[in-house]
Design a binder for this molecule. Sequence first.
Ligand code: BGC
Length: 719
Amino acid sequence: MADDDHIEAVLARLSRPQKLALVRGATDPEGTATGYLSGVKEAGIPPFRLVDGPLGIRAEGQRATAFPASIATAATFDPDLARQQGAAMGREAAALGQDALLAPGVNIIRVPHCGRNFEYLSEDPVHAGAVGAGLIDGIQSADVVATVKHFVANNQETHRTTVSTEVDERTLRELYLPPFRSAVDAGVGSVMTAYNRVNGTHMSDHGRLVGDVLKGEWGFDGYVVSDWYGIESTVGAANAGMDVEMPGVAAPGAAEAANSDTADDAEEFEWPDGIPDATRAGLFGDPLVEAIDSGEVPAERLDDMVRRVLGQMDRFGRLDGSRTAAEDGASDDQAGELDSQRHRDIAADVAARGTVLLDNDGVLPLADGADVAVIGPNIDEPKLGGGGSSETTPVHSVTPVAGIESRAEGAVTTAFGVPQIASVSLFDLLPFVGEDDDTDGTAADIAQQDPSLDDAVDAAAAADVAVVFVRDATTEARDRDSLALPGQQDDLVSAVAAANENTVVVVRSGGPVELPWREDVAAVLEQWYPGQADGDAAAAVLYGDRDPSGRLPVTFAPEGEFPTAGAERRYPGVDDEVHYDEGVFIGYRHFDDEDADPTYPFGHGHSYATFEYGDAETTGERTVAVTVKNAADRPGREVIQAYVRPPSVDGVDRPRRELAGFEAVQLDADEQKTVALTLDDLAFSRYDPNSGWTVDTGTYTVEIGRSSRDIRTTVPVDR
Ligand code: BGC
């Protein structure tokens, strides 16, 4: 815990230039950090390093464990596993000399096309909040500050640096703010503001949301950091409640790139869409001094910024050297640790548990001795993640082919079938980053032999089972232009399915994709971006060594059926405004409201086991209990989900059901357990713009089941 007197004593000794060194980023002399505060040596304040996140540690020039994409972690519906992943990431950040991790990202998945959905958690705020809190708790258990991002209503990459999210207060309160609120309740040390505007005001300048709501109402006492080059104005940001400017210095080469581009045509340089102006830096340097001197920013504001930064440094042992002692082994969870076996195991565990079995006609799990054709354009490369600031380079990784070859007892043949799918990356969009001649050994760097569809069909026809790996390619700073799988992959699946009735498709995607051939294949697995454990995790689930216990954190449906489809105002916006006209009706709330059947509903996922639900009963004000039995002859992992249906109230349009709680349980064959679910108040309340949070009097129905569309038992609850 932060020692207030100690911090006040340190603060009192600092000169103004020294204070400024704690609120404006600088260049990391060691070159590993994503963001750096130089500290104040004379005052015993060490340098402070911030590093990306959230799929592992992206310290410049360093390798680290590449965990599955955040959406895969969320698909485990297991905050405790998220905590383990967070703790491992925290230990790796510590081992790499970093002090704060720029993770987790908890923005609600509103638009299925968003290029960063893989970095986010869920279309549901209770779910995102619970998984996010697990990650935060884990990261901070390693004495590393967690940074929840991007605050708030940053739900698309198109025009992300300029667009204004036009959203009503109820929708903000019920959907988009709650995961951040959960992060604050979990004790998160830092909040990163988003690039976008909300109702016209840049988030860095948003006094109401940053100052009044986050710091005032919610009592957040950590520091608020800008997104990179994301501070809009010195006075606006300082007075709104922004505490730290990052990176504080222009990107090397950015000014030259901007100038050289304009040299010929005298027109103002335009940064590519989604890329912030990387020359924008130093707003919390001299301009802040001037603003304080002119009285536009109270001097006390600078003290408050510094106090908040020092508070987190002190809390995590950076001011008194106690963390150094911890690194020497005071506590297992506080020691730095990199690419250890246990971290590899956690990465593999999350990848396997986050795998969702969308469909299975009985072909899975595979027989050990089956002859398998492994097919797909990228079967020789692990799907580590999407592009952008979350790119993590692992020491060790397993390709799909390698994973299956090491597990299979029958023959394994391979075929690419169609041209490979190239990865896309934010870094390729940056005008000031030169051609990268480093290769990382992924398929993008491997000259691929001419793929042949015929070879794939022949391999499929000759095998007992054909396993086709398909993928999308998404990145920060760009949205997808379609939910279809890129390239010729749909043709490949159809051709293979026609040649072998035991065709299993393993999908790697950053969010919902369209699977037009799904009724022609025997089974479909969704693995998101599985990270370094890729092939091992796939094999573990395919052969039934692990139960596919992932459940969908996002609804899968045809592109045209999402609430953002067909209305440019809703997405990607008109005149730099995106209107959240659908209000709270996104994801499953939308499909319920429309009485429409999605392809796969929120919460969906089969198990290799079969579960029987007893009758639910209330056991307290906020708890319900249900007994669940594994009726199969094999172990399985079930995710028990509780939704709340509100009573109908005149003039109030509410979602038909909202997730209120969930619990993942491992059950042996024939085993049964009684599970008590804690119901989140959010599911009972609605936000009334005039009177605030409101719980309507009446009878609510708690629905308990396997997904939002597979309810097994209900129990009434009066409020
Ligand atoms: C991203 C952040 C990231 C930061 C630093 C920004 O472009 O939006 O999520 O942490 O860069 O790399």
